[in-house]
Design a protein around this ligand. Structure first.
Ligand code: WQD
Length: 340
C-alpha cells in the first residue's frame, strides 16, 4: 500500500534531499515541480540514488487546475511544501514575482488540503521570521517574530500567518512550520546538491565555486561586526539533517489524533562565523580559499542560531552532521559538477 506524499518543489535543493529521505523511510514521494528553479542534473541524481524513476509531475502549483488533477490522482498522506522563490536579494528587485509565486502557490495547496481531505502539512519556513535577535542570539520558537527585511522574508512571515488563519478556520488539519536556519552541503553520493542558477546568493555555493576557480576570490561582506571574529554568525545545517527533519515532522503529524499547528526550529544549535567557514573549508578540503573583506551587505543579520530543543523533544529529531561534513559534501558536489 503506497503512502503517497506530495513534495512541491521536490526537484529543488532541499526538496530533492527530502524525496530521498521519504523513500528511505517507506513513503512514496510524488514530486510537483515546474523546474523553473531546478535542474535536470538533479533528476539524474535522484534516479541514481533512489534506484528508480521518481514520480514526477511538471506542473506550476500556481495553476489551480493542474493541482486539482494531481490531488484527484493520489490520496496523499501529507504534503511537504517547498515550492517557492528564495533569494533574498532577488526578492528586493522582483517583489511582485515573490508575493505572487510564494503566496498564491501556498494558498492553492492549502485549499486542496481541504477539498481533498489531506490532513498533514509541512511548510518550508525560515529563521528569517525572527529578523535580528534583539537580546539572546540563540532563538527559540517562542522568540518574538519581527517584521522581515526583505520581500522573501515577508513571504515566509505572511505564509505562517496564512497557515495560522487556515488552522483557525479548519482546526482538523495538522500543520507544521519548519523554520530552517542556513541549509548547506549536499548528498554524500555527490549526485545531488545545491544548484544555484546563475550567480549564487548564498555563502556556500560562493565558497565552492571560488575554490573550483569560477571566481578569483570570495568577498566576505563585512568583518567589523560585534561578533567573536568580526564576521556574521549563522547556524549552518546539513541538508541531509534538514531532509530527515521533514520526515520526522511528517511522522509526528501522522501519529497525532487531533488537528494542531506547531513551529519548529531546524538548526544545529551552534553558530559559525563566515571566517570560521573559510578556515574550516581549507582545513577539510586542503584547498585554499582566496577572499577579500568587502563592505557589509544590507539587511544582513549579525548573529543568529537555533535553540533546537523543541525539535528533539517533539519530533525526536536532532542534527547528526556538522559543518565539516557539510563542507566536504558541498566540495565533492562542486567537483562532480565540474566533470559535466
Ligand atoms: C550567510 C552569511 C553573508 C555570501 C539567507 C536567507 C535564509 C535562507 C538562507 C533560504 C552572511 C555572508 C554570503 C558571500 C558573504 N534562505 N556572505 N559572502 O543571508 O544568512 O540567509 O539564505 O532558505 O532565509 O535569509 O545566507 O548564505 O546569503 O549569508 O560574506 O558571497 O554569509 O553576509 O553573513 P543568509 P547567506
Amino acid at each position: 500500500m503506497n503512502k503517497f506524499v506530495l513534495v512541491t518543489g521536490g526537484a529543488g535543493y532541499i526538496g530533492s534531499h527530502t524525496v530521498i529521505a521519504l523513500q528511505q523511510q517507506g513513503y512514496t514521494p510524488v514530486i510537483a515541480d515546474d523546474f523553473r528553479n531546478a535542474n535536470q542534473i538533479v533528476l539524474e541524481g535522484l534516479r541514481s540514488i533512489l534506484g528508480n524513476e521518481p514520480l514526477l509531475h511538471r506542473i506550476d502549483i500556481c495553476e489551480d487546475q493542474a493541482l486539482t488533477r494531481l490531488f484527484d490522482q493520489y490520496q496523499f498522506e501529507g504534503v511537504i511544501h517547498f515550492a517557492a522563490y528564495k533569494a533574498v536579494g532577488e526578492s528586493v528587485e522582483k517583489p511582485l514575482d515573490y508575493y505572487q509565486n510564494n503566496l498564491v502557490g501556498l494558498i492553492n495547496v492549502l485549499r486542496h488540503l481541504s477539498t481533498h481531505h489531506v490532513k498533514n502539512f509541512v511548510f518550508s519556513s525560515s529563521c528569517t521570521v525572527y529578523g535580528e535577535p534583539k537580546g539572546e542570539k540563540e532563538v527559540s520558537e517562542t522568540t518574538p517574530k519581527q517584521l522581515p527585511e526583505s520581500p522573501y522574508g515577508y513571504t515566509k512571515w505572511m505564509g505562517e500567518q496564512i497557515i495560522a488563519d487556515f488552522h483557525r478556520s479548519t482546526p482538523q488539519h495538522k500543520l507544521m512550520n519548519l523554520r530552517y536556519f542556513n541549509p548547506v552541503g549536499a548528498h554524500p553520493s555527490a549526485r545531488i546538491g545545491e544548484f544555484p542558477i546563475g550567480k549564487p546568493n548564498n555563502l556556500l555555493p560562493f565558497v565552492t565555486q571560488t575554490a573550483i576557480g569560477k571566481y578569483p576570490h570570495l568577498t566576505i561582506f563585512g568583518a567589523d561586526y560585534p561578533t567573536r571574529d568580526g564576521s556574521c554568525i549563522r547556524d549552518y545545517i546539513h541538508v541531509q539533517d534538514l531532509a530527515e527533519a521533514h520526515v520526522a515532522a511528517l511522522n509526528f503529524l501522522i501519529n497525532q489524533e487531533d488537528g494542531l499547528l506547531e513551529a519548529v526550529n531546524i538548526g544545529t544549535g551552534r553558530g559559525t562565523s563566515v571566517l570560521e567557514i573559510v578556515a574550516a573549508f581549507e582545513r577539510v578540503t586542503g584547498h585554499s580559499l582566496p577572499y577579500i573583506i568587502g563592505p557589509r551587505r544590507q539587511g544582513d543579520v549579525i548573529e543568529i542560531y537555533a535553540n533546537a530543543t523543541k525539535g528533539e523533544q517533539l519530533l525526536g529529531w536532532k542534527s547528526r552532521l556538522n559543518i565539516e561534513d557539510a563542507l566536504k559534501d558541498a566540495w565533492a558536489w562542486e567537483q562532480y559538477l565540474a566533470t559535466l
